[in-house]
Design a protein. Structure first.
Length: 556
């Protein structure tokens, strides 16, 4: 449990004046919230919560739903600049504009952010004896700030004041403006902006949640234009719908024209964690079972191909990132994506992105990247998501012996087969046996809570001429009444026995289940030992690859 002790809470309040002011303002209406250092998953089971947690540095979040409230609400807590602080910010900006031409050429928002922080360090002098921002002792006739050192043009601030001024400069020039405080919270999965309405978010604990942020009607067009510029894909009446990637890696979709979006511009931002969620965390959340993880581990070790399918926002990419470490560490990985969502820990990772802007002859789509993959001799090809004709190339890659794993929108194995063998992909039915299995993951609602579950794994046996269809068998199946997963193909798995055990030289193919049971036990022991950090999990998996059970930090 990460509930902060009272002395730590008092320290935070003493250090952050804006936090104290916020608490004084809301305590009568909402009561005193509980303070958490990080958010335990157990809070998902609570119908009513009233909590505050830190996001980054001096930014905090108040997430609450109290008695008589129909939904959760989310209030970011950030310091507000007073009139004099705004004046300081403007003066720092003036100095930045003077000095920034002296910097090396800047080609990205990340480089600009770095340069802005460096310039703030040059312009602002730290003085820890200075407790609060005071008015300057000297003023000119226009009441402008007089710099402490006219030669160096430096301003004296304490370290907290400096961070606040720097935060607002970066927020306005590089960050998300009014929604920057949301962009700083790793617990937010999606941000939904509709002109004139409160911004809503998808929060890991509370699901769809209302914020107290609202973009005014008169500001909305300019706001989304600025964000589209940051994505490198400017929006306008001539291009009313655009997709792109923000500097922090989040994926944005903007609908600009009021002729299409009746209320005015709207925007959806899909956020991604800096560190992927681990496979053991997914087991703890019951998204996957330890048995499914053991099955995937063996399949990826021996280079089998599969599709991870489901609907929108069911966690396909999160699961894909979590299982990539099952691929042996010495393998070469080739990823091809339209937006950078996949994260691969392997040393030899060839990461390529599509290019949809600029001259037509210079554009590169997923189809082009997958053709290039066949020439680069990878051990695994991972397209970010297959949507159309590029699916044909994925099957050609599997046909030539390249294991592939990708995500795809479909709700069951039958729909996967129908979509791949029909227009516009048109994979011949006889090619379908190159695909080893299909994992279906869905987002389900139970007792008002959103659950993500792997509901089935179906093994593909191949094409049957007599019925002109694809034969498959159910390997794993989720039982909704118990929220448990059964391994229906235990001692009868076509993939484990016929495609892995035989090729691996097992004299008795049933011995593959001894290996399955061992991997399952390792996963369960990691969960018992609370090994949930993504990179700690990788150490365990790769340690096992290198030294067997001796490479594990615990006994089996």
């Amino acid at each position: 449990m990460s509930l902060l002790p009272k002395n730590k809470v008092n320290e935070l309040i003493d250090k952050n004046i804006h936090l104290k002011e916020y608490l004084d303002k809301i305590k009568q209406k909402y009561g005193i919230p509980e303070f958490y250092e990080s958010l335990p998953n157990e809070l998902k089971n609570e119908k009513y919560i009233n909590i505050i947690y830190p996001t980054k540095e001096f930014l905090f979040t108040h997430l609450f739903r109290i008695q008589d409230m129909d939904q959760y609400e989310y209030y970011p807590i950030e310091p507000k600049l007073n009139e004099y602080q705004n004046k300081i910010k403007k003066e720092v900006l003036i100095e930045i504009l003077k000095k920034i031409p002296e910097k090396e050429k800047i080609f990205s928002d990340i480089e600009l952010k770095k340069s802005l922080k460096e310039l703030c360090n040059e312009i602002i002098t730290i003085d820890e004896n200075k407790k609060t921002i005071e008015k300057p002792k000297k003023k000119d006739k226009k009441n402008k700030i007089i710099f402490l050192n006219e030669k160096k043009r430096s301003i004296r601030l304490n370290s907290i004041e400096k961070k606040i001024i720097e935060y607002y400069i970066v927020k306005d020039l590089v960050g998300g403006g009014e929604i920057e405080c949301l962009m700083q919270d790793p617990n937010i999965e999606d941000i939904h902006l509709i002109t004139g309405e409160n911004v809503h978010i998808i929060h890991k604990l509370s699901g769809m949640t209302k914020t107290n942020i609202k973009i005014k009607n008169e500001d909305a067009k300019e706001f989304v234009k600025i964000l589209s510029d940051k994505m490198g894909n400017p929006v306008g009446e001539g291009r009313p719908i655009v997709d792109g990637v923000l500097p922090d890696g989040s994926r944005g979709n903007i609908i600009y024209s009021s002729a299409i979006s009746i209320k005015g511009p709207s925007m959806t931002i899909r956020r991604f964690s800096e560190t992927p969620i681990s496979i053991t965390q997914l087991v703890k959340w019951k998204t996957l079972s330890s048995g499914i993880c053991a099955y995937l581990w063996i399949c990826l070790q021996y280079g089998r191909s599969f599709f991870l399918c489901g609907g929108t926002a069911c966690g396909k990419t999160t699961t894909m990132n979590a299982i990539v470490p099952f691929i042996p560490p010495e393998k070469k990985i080739f990823t091809a994506e339209s937006t950078p969502e996949l994260q691969v820990p392997h040393d030899v990772w060839q990461r390529l992105l599509t290019k949809t802007t600029g001259p037509k002859e210079g554009r590169i789509d997923l189809f082009d990247l997958l053709k290039a993959a066949l020439r680069s001799r990878p051990d695994f090809i991972i397209p970010g998501e297959v949507r159309g004709a590029e699916g044909n190339i994925v099957f050609q890659a599997m046909q030539t012996g390249h294991p592939c794993m990708t995500t795809f929108h479909a709700g069951n194995v039958t729909k996967v087969i129908q979509r791949f063998t029909g227009d516009p992909i048109n994979v011949p039915k006889t090619f379908m046996d190159n695909l080893d299995f299909v994992l279906i993951q869905l987002a389900l609602e139970r007792d008002g809570k959103l659950l993500r579950r792997c509901v089935s794994i179906d093994e593909i046996e191949g094409y049957n001429r007599e019925v002109d269809g694809i034969m498959s068998r159910k390997a794993f199946e989720w039982k909704p009444e118990t929220d448990e997963v059964s391994f229906k193909a235990y001692n009868n798995s076509y993939i484990l026995e016929q495609k892995i055990a035989k090729n691996a030289g097992y004299l008795d193919t049933s011995e593959i289940y001894v290996e399955y049971d061992l991997r399952k036990k390792i996963i369960e022991r990691m969960v018992e030992e609370k090994i949930f950090d993504y990179y700690d999990v990788i150490k365990c998996i790769w340690g096992f690859y290198r030294e067997g059970e001796k490479g594990l930090p615990f006994n089996i």
